[in-house]
Design a protein around this ligand. Structure first.
Ligand code: S3P
Length: 178
């Protein structure tokens, strides 16, 4: 089956949104950022959802939003950093999905996200470096379930996008799609 959906996973600051938008542009597909879909539907920021209702409420909204956009075709979907870190998430993507892990180290991730407490309340803590390191350690095995991995350290958004396009081509070739 031909790939009709690219699902980007990885830690905060991996570049899922920037790369996803660029990739969708190059493919002529639609781009969805699950965090943005959640914020639009709820009419408030991720940090407001965390503060007012707690992380569990955010996770429920995230699962619902991800389910809706992942049902579409000819889309690139940037998931939130926590979405794939549950049993069965990446394993049960709809047919025609190519999941790509954009990998980044904790130090570089923190450098990239800076002090964006509005979208990353999990890192708005007294010791963000240690928190990021631990989160990444716990999540590694989930991200590793993706079909492909592209390391983003020292690579531009364009480079990473081009690499994903190559992977897509290899994949189509492998599965005999036209
Ligand atoms: C989270 C990542 C964020 C956002 C929320 C929780 C996480 O998305 O969904 O703050 O658990 O890693 P990005 O990965 O787009 O920063």
């Amino acid at each position: 089956m031909a790939v009709e959906r690219v699902v980007l996973v990885g830690f905060m600051g991996a570049g899922k949104s920037a790369v996803g938008r660029r990739l969708a542009g190059r493919l002529g597909w639609d781009f969805y950022d699950v965090d943005t879909v959640v914020e639009e539907r709820q009419g408030r920021s991720i940090s407001e959802i965390f503060t007012q209702e707690g992380e569990a409420a955010f996770r429920a909204a995230e699962v619902e939003a991800a389910g809706d956009v992942l049902a579409r075709s000819r889309v690139v979907v940037a998931t939130g950093g926590g979405w794939p870190t549950k049993e069965g998430r990446l394993e049960s993507l709809p047919p025609g999905s190519l999941s790509v892990w954009l990998s980044v180290g904790a130090r570089e991730a923190l450098r990239r996200v800076g002090a964006d407490a509005v979208h990353r309340p999990l890192l708005d803590v007294p010791d963000p470096a240690e928190t990021a390191r631990l989160l990444l350690e716990n999540r590694y095995s989930y991200y590793a379930l993706a079909d492909a991995r592209v390391d983003t350290e020292g690579r531009s958004v364009d480079d990473v996008t081009t690499r994903i396009l190559e992977i897509l081509e290899e994949h189509e070739f492998e599965y005999g799609a036209e």
